[in-house]
Design a protein. Structure first.
Length: 139
């Protein structure tokens, strides 16, 4: 697949299917596949984003006014850390499913997880990442 890509990141609460509850980011980015792992780098609204995904682990990091670090591993608890000017917020997630699908010019990553607060699940969420090749991109 080409290095130059269009990335769409969609986060939604599966218990509230309305579009108003969804968070969507779309940006141009750079994609690499190396040693069985997908790497994606992009900028969106003043933050730098890095996504690294293998068949069993998804890591999402952002740097900007609000920094975040999330890790998803199917069947395991993962951490979610948000660093704000006022301090840090830490959550856990319980990843139910992590899938990576590839076809010509497209990579689709899906994480389905329970968001945990104080040891209790507060919502069920999906994080979907679509990576599409831009025509005329460089190899």
């Amino acid at each position: 697949m080409t290095k130059d890509v269009k990335v769409t990141v969609l986060g939604r609460d599966t218990r509230d299917p309305s579009e108003d509850a969804a968070v969507r980011e779309t940006a141009d980015g750079r994609y690499y596949f190396r040693d069985g792992e997908h790497f994606l780098f992009y900028e969106h609204m003043g933050k730098s984003c890095r996504i690294r995904c293998s068949e069993d682990v998804l890591s999402v990091r952002t740097v900007g006014d609000v920094a975040s670090r999330m890790e998803f591993r199917e069947g395991a608890r993962g951490s979610m850390l948000y660093t704000l000017p006022q301090g840090e917020l830490a959550f856990e997630n319980m990843t139910r499913r992590l899938t990576v699908e590839t076809e010509e010019g497209l990579v689709r990553i899906l994480a389905v997880y329970g968001l945990m607060a104080d040891g209790e699940e507060s919502s069920e969420r999906e994080l979907e990442i679509l990576i599409r090749a831009l025509s005329g991109g460089t190899e």
